[in-house]
Design a protein around this ligand. Sequence first.
Ligand SMILES: Nc1nc2c(ncn2[C@@H]2O[C@H](COP(=O)(O)OP(=O)(O)OP(=O)(O)O)[C@@H](O)[C@H]2O)c(=O)[nH]1
Ligand SMILES: [Mg+2]
Length: 335
Amino acid sequence: MIKGIDQQSIDNLCIYNYPQDIITKDNIMLENLFLNHDSQSSKNKVNDKKTKAHLQEFQIDNPIPHKIKNLNTITTKIGDNVIIGLIFDQDDNPRDYEFFFKELMFELINNEKRCSFIEDFEIENFMITTFVDFRRYDDELMQKHSRTDFSKEKPFNKIFIFGIDEVGKSSLVRRIKTGEYTDNYFTPTKKFNIQYVKHDEKGLIAFWDMPGQYSFRKKWLTGSQDSNILVYMIDVSDQIRFAEARKELNFVLEHYELTGVPLLIIGNKIDLVNHVNINDTDETKKHLDRLKNEIFDYFEFQEISDRKWNFLFSSVKTSYNLENIFQSILDLISI
Ligand SMILES: Nc1nc2c(ncn2[C@@H]2O[C@H](COP(=O)(O)OP(=O)(O)OP(=O)(O)O)[C@@H](O)[C@H]2O)c(=O)[nH]1
Ligand SMILES: [Mg+2]
């Protein structure tokens, strides 16, 4: 997606790619793209006046299927300064998708108001929804089976990680992605931190790490759309904040659109809990079981009956249980 096409200089454009980097700021390519859309827009202004009737609506131009640097694409212009495009397989005909593309854009932008193109997180979210809806449409209606490319053959999974601030969400994602951990490495996350990990069986896994500070929590519901699993993290060493953590979890779980989405709850920072010297002894096991029972009683996890769920302790710092956590995520999304 390219934002800012009404600006004088191509350098000022904002370019968003999903799920991989596919397009860079190539002047000739971009100028050609804009020219195509400019002629389309002027036609639309004459023929399509009715769509401007509602003031709050974005104008969505007729999509244009074309080749951009050998990529098989379809693009449309939204409002005055946004162009969004999709790239298809070489053997696909983008014209097959023209109608659906325009309908989908209209539905997402003007009916569901999924994106106002102001904040980056909205744009990221809008792109994932477009991507997922298109793949569903393709699977259901086009019924093509001979796929060879990565994104078709292998599934795509979105892992939505949330929890109040400071529990260790960003540290976990960094650990999974790079193997690294540093105390106090992170300042609070201020926007959606999206990291991709490739997995042999599961294809592309996108970790959506939410900001946990109070003022950002209202954006969690927007970010959670189309998730394959919810991962809720708590800090088990900070029991003073359990009430707050419980309230925020329940608020999200009550949201009807998320019913049935599997849930993994992670009790992080187990290394900080008194008396728990993590090793394989029976003594440790007893301590962990007792702590787990206390947490279950307090959070009333047993009441969760509308989805598959699991609870695991972890320490991102010492790597305790991280392999089991990754495995549990994979198991839950397979269900
Ligand atoms: N002792 C200990 N510290 C941890 C662990 N995991 C994370 N931390 C520390 O906890 C602090 C917060 O970690 P972050 O990963 O930034 O937490 P966050 O949940 O992403 O916080 P927000 O982005 O504000 O929502 C950092 O100082 C980390 O180093 C852990 O398992 N044990
Ligand atoms: Mg963070």
